[in-house]
Write a protein that binds this ligand. Structure first.
Ligand SMILES: *Cc1c(COP(=O)(O)O)cnc(C)c1O
Length: 446
């Protein structure tokens, strides 16, 4: 293949330097921004230190204490602690902390409890479903990677939740058509209210359906005991991301019961990983320890901040989904921006003002001809601003800054100065044992 002009000109040392300057600029930008992406959070300096360790250069295939390679003495020690902490945090009988992400945790469960060609039940994307439980035609992981057919939970838009009776009817109808559902995946990415696990688990199990709960978004709220407790409510497995409402680093985990341990272990290794990012296992252990100590207080604050932000935006004239239901019982709210603009355009405008949110498909978008580039909504999460120490009153300030862009259409460059000013007093990570290094300080080890 011919080298393009750009690659011919590319000087290695200059590219090397450009990478570092982009990293510096990114961290500087984030330390001056209001980070409201619902799937993100900021880890403590302790977690950042753990993920810089040599663990990240090693292999530890297999289960702690039964590894395939030598050199795992300390790695085993940390992974065993990590599992103990996770079991305590989630009141779980069995955990596997090896999946390297939430998607890999879901794949672990798919491979343990379904075969290609089976049908699963999950949320449709405009109602909050995640692409890892999506159909093949949308390149969803379940369909594309594991050959699963995906049917959707019936959804009750008025209550912003899965419709229990209609879902039962749907399962029976699918069965009468010869489509036997093998697994039901609760949970989602736009996730405002607890799902009816308790109401559906017995029925689903009586139909031979494995009950899984994807807690990627809400695992911190579950661990902090401020949301539903899916294992106690009848879920047979729970998958997590460790970095959304939990304290990071990026990773996955599966919670379950001892009777399913062997299947899940095989799904995690060798099923879906060879190396399992051992530095991140160390980071997860630190994050779980922090969460055991500080998580309840944190999770309470995250939810009360989300509700306060919903109320404050509503007071600014912005339409919030589920306003009649109190906006949310999680860390997220969703805004319907159709009366002002589209979600894609506003996402960019807010970004120019250093307010970082993501556009979101909302119910009605597809029918109205809107798509994921320019959908009708924005999704907002309060995990990271809460970790930075913000409280209810600061949510009012954020709402007013956002409204200056969304409602009043002010120049984002002007709003940015006020965003930077507001952010300047929130530079440390809270809810952690040690917080001396600033949250977004660039760590130089060269
Ligand atoms: C974010 C998310 C995932 C994927 O998690 P990663 O850790 O990014 O792989 C899976 N399921 C749901 C519902 C999510 O929101």
């Amino acid at each position: 293949m011919m080298e393009s002009e750009i690659e011919k000109e590319l000087d290695p040392k200059s590219a090397y330097d450009q990478v570092f300057s982009a990293l510096h600029e990114h961290q500087n930008w984030f330390s001056n921004s209001i980070p409201l992406i619902a799937s993100e959070n900021v880890p403590s300096p302790a977690v950042r230190e753990a993920i810089l360790s040599d663990f990240g250069n090693r292999y530890a295939e297999g289960w702690a204490g039964e590894r395939v390679y030598a050199g795992c003495v300390y790695i085993d020690k940390v992974e065993i602690l990590c599992m103990q902490l996770a079991r305590k945090l989630f009141c779980a009988e069995f955990v596997d902390v090896r999946p390297v992400s939430g998607v890999c945790a879901n794949l672990t469960v798919y491979s343990a409890f379904t075969d290609p060609g089976d049908t699963i039940l999950a949320l449709a994307i405009p109602y909050g479903g995640h692409i890892s439980s999506g159909r093949k035609e949308f390149n969803g992981t379940a369909g594309l990677v594991h050959g699963l057919e995906v049917e959707y939970f019936s959804f009750d838009k008025d209550n912003w939740n899965i419709d229990v009776d209609k879902t039962k009817e749907k399962v029976k109808k699918l069965k009468s058509e010869g489509k036997k559902v093998k697994l039901a995946m609760f949970g989602g990415s736009l996730f405002l209210f607890p799902h009816p696990v308790k109401e559906l688990a017995d029925f689903l199990k009586s139909e031979g359906i494995f009950v899984c709960y994807d807690s990627a978004h809400v695992s911190g709220l579950i661990a902090g005991k401020q949301f539903q407790q899916p294992l106690a409510e009848g879920a047979e497995a729970v998958t997590l991301s460790t970095h959304k409402t939990l304290f990071g680093p990026q990773g996955g985990t599966v919670l379950s019961w001892n009777k399913y341990a062997d299947k899940i272990k095989a799904g995690a290794f060798p099923g879906t990983a060879s190396n399992h990012h051992l530095h991140h296992v160390a980071g997860k252990a630190i994050a779980f320890a922090e969460f055991l100590q500080f998580g309840q207080e944190y999770a309470k604050e995250v939810i009360s901040n989300a509700q306060a932000l919903g109320q404050a935006l509503n007071d600014e004239g912005v339409d919030i989904l589920a306003a009649d239901l109190g906006y949310t019982k999680s860390h997220q709210i969703a805004i319907d921006v159709t009366k002002y603009n589209d979600g894609g355009t506003l996402e960019k405008e807010l970004e120019r003002a250093n307010i970082i949110v993501n556009r979101q498909l909302i119910p009605g978008d597809i029918k109205a001809g809107r798509h994921y580039m320019h959908p009708g909504g924005l999704r907002i999460g309060t995990s990271e601003v809460t970790r930075l120490g913000m409280k209810k009153d600061h949510m009012k300030e954020i709402a007013s800054l956002m409204a200056r862009i969304i409602v009043k259409k002010e120049d984002p460059g002007k709003v940015r100065l006020d965003v930077e000013h507001m952010r300047s007093s929130f530079q440390k990570v809270h809810y952690a044992f040690e917080t001396n290094t600033l949250a977004y300080k660039y760590v130089n080890v060269r």
